[in-house]
Design a protein around this ligand. Structure first.
Ligand SMILES: Cc1cc2nc3c(=O)[nH]c(=O)nc-3n(C[C@H](O)[C@H](O)[C@H](O)COP(=O)(O)O)c2cc1C
Length: 187
């Protein structure tokens, strides 16, 4: 299975740092998974305005194709204004409504305040639920104090939660493999 680890921001580096950690834990848990990091900061973004995909720049076409062709995802997001960054929401807006259907998804997020961890529950999960993704019940929220100056995660508890997330995510990958992506209903 191809797993895309999406760094959902074009600003800062802690979000990407969590992704690199979870990548290590997932590959230890299940070495057969193909893991690739997709950083939104590597793309020249255009706002979704309803035109067909082939009328957007090559970056957007590549980003959408990579996301839609993956079999599972780790989405990493910083908290911006009590929500997710616009660039990540815009990336979701490009996708076909069935693009993530029954595919395994886990979330890691980072914020400048502890109080905003429920942004994952209240803002990011509903978008993934719309897509009918298989979102793992656990996610990992980090705070700036969990990192040292080199942006390494120095909190043991965060490492344990990332390991647990990797363990559950791999099980969701197995579930997804055996679940046909076409459904009986027409929706
Ligand atoms: C425009 C902007 C808005 C932000 N809004 C919030 C917020 O509402 N809540 C919060 O916890 N952190 C907020 N932050 C802090 C970011 O979540 C934090 O910088 C991010 O997790 C990544 O850290 P890094 O920039 O050091 O990589 C905001 C940062 C920016 C740039």
């Amino acid at each position: 299975m191809k797993i895309l680890l999406v760094d959902g921001t074009v600003v800062g580096s802690k979000t990407g740092a969590i992704l690199k950690e979870i990548q290590i834990y997932i590959s230890k848990e299940e070495p057969s998974l193909q893991l690739e990091i997709l950083s939104l900061s590597n793309y020249e973004h255009q706002i979704v305005d309803g035109r067909p995909l082939n009328k957007y720049n090559e970056d957007m076409q590549e980003m959408v194709t990579k996301i839609e062709q993956a079999d599972g995802y780790i989405f990493a997001s910083p908290i911006f204004q009590g929500s997710i960054p616009g660039v990540l929401k815009n990336a979701f807006d490009f996708l076909h409504p069935k693009a993530l259907r029954y595919k395994p998804v886990s979330i890691v997020a980072n914020g400048g305040t502890y109080q905003h961890h429920l942004v994952v529950e209240n803002q990011l999960k509903p978008i993934l639920d719309y897509f009918r993704a298989l979102v793992t019940p656990n996610y990992v929220y980090t705070h700036s104090s969990h990192f040292n100056e080199s942006n390494e995660i120095i909190d043991d508890n965060v490492h344990e939660r990332l390991q647990e997330l990797a363990r559950v995510f791999v099980k969701y990958c197995e579930l997804s493999m055996n679940l046909p992506k076409t459904s009986i209903d027409q929706h």
